[in-house]
Design a protein around this ligand. Structure first.
Ligand code: BEZ
Length: 304
């Protein structure tokens, strides 16, 4: 069917599967854009890395081959190290603290550098749950993690964290985690509570170290090449609607975190509650490395 003049069908990529909260937020954004533009603008969502992994999706945004993506901030931090600040260990105490940081003026100012540095427009932040560690053998203390192969999302800040801890960080995409745990390819995983419970990773583990050691932000991006071709009113509309869905996503994680924790505690896996002291001086050592890479670290460590 031919499109009305100025009508657009945007392509939006996301790595998460169809029923994941990030994918649902992308769908909600598409529905609200279609409604607000009387059906002139539509968004086709490509979940489960159908357009490639996050590195490939970022490249496609840069060339304008895709229009939009919801990407982990991890992928952005691979190209713009300042964004590594969001993975500073114990930057925040809990999910409310993570929401606060992501809504801060400083976090939004950082998005302003993206068109010049990597050719994408950062619309706003979403997030996943706080990061925890699930191990396939009993874990009581930091020594139990020494030398353990711990699955990580592939990016430098988290790799440094586990290297400093004396573990063996093992990059593995989300889609491979269940099999990787089941067949013993890894001894542990770095993961959030939502996925531990929903994807039943807890049935394959012995201990969850409830540490809240890191936040896990996501960012809504539009290709800068696409952005410059939109009218001002189209940009405003996309910005308002995408930001509003990303904000709702943050609210939903803040609300749901306690529910997933309850479900985990009701399961048969053992849960140990730890504070930053469990990790020794890992956070201080991490800061010593990342202060050189991320000018925002001082600013956000002092955020109240
Ligand atoms: C992960 O790699 O652990 C992950 C990626 C996207 C959403 C949640 C978790």
């Amino acid at each position: 069917m031919s499109q009305a003049a100025g009508a657009r069908e945007f392509r939006l990529g996301v790595l998460t599967p169809p029923n994941h909260a990030w994918t649902r937020a992308a769908e909600a954004f598409g529905a609200s854009l279609a409604a607000a533009s009387d059906g002139r603008h539509t968004v086709v969502i490509y979940p489960s890395q159908q357009l490639g992994n996050e590195a490939q999706m970022l490249q496609q945004l840069q060339t304008g081959a895709i229009d939009m993506a919801f990407l982990t901030v991890a992928e952005v931090s691979n190209r713009v190290p300042d964004f590594g600040v969001f993975y500073a260990p114990f930057l925040v105490k809990d999910i409310e603290g993570a929401a606060d940081i992501l809504r801060s003026d400083h976090a939004h100012l950082m998005l302003g550098s993206l068109p010049r540095k990597i050719g994408v427009v950062g619309i706003g932040y979403g997030m996943g749950g706080m990061r925890q560690i699930l191990t396939t053998s009993p874990t009581r203390n930091r020594e139990d993690l020494q030398g353990k192969k711990i699955r990580i999302t592939p990016f430098a800040p988290i790799r440094d964290f586990y290297n400093l801890l004396g573990a063996a960080p093992t990059p593995m995409p989300l889609a491979s985690v269940y099999d990787g745990l089941a067949n013993g390819q890894v001894d542990a995983i770095d993961m959030d509570l939502e996925l531990i419970v929903k994807l039943r990773y807890h049935e394959l583990g012995e201990t969850v170290v409830l540490s809240n050691h890191m936040m896990f932000p996501m960012v809504g991006l539009v290709s800068a090449r696409v952005w410059v071709r939109l009218s001002e009113s189209e940009r405003d509309l996309i910005q308002d609607l995408m930001r509003s869905e990303l904000n709702a996503l943050i609210d939903s994680y803040v609300l749901a975190e306690g529910k997933y924790e309850e479900q985990l505690r009701e399961s048969s896996i053992s849960v140990i509650d730890v504070d930053p002291g469990f990790f020794g001086s890992t956070a201080e050592q991490w800061d010593a490395i990342w202060l050189k890479r991320s000018p925002s670290l001082l600013e956000l460590r002092n955020h109240d």
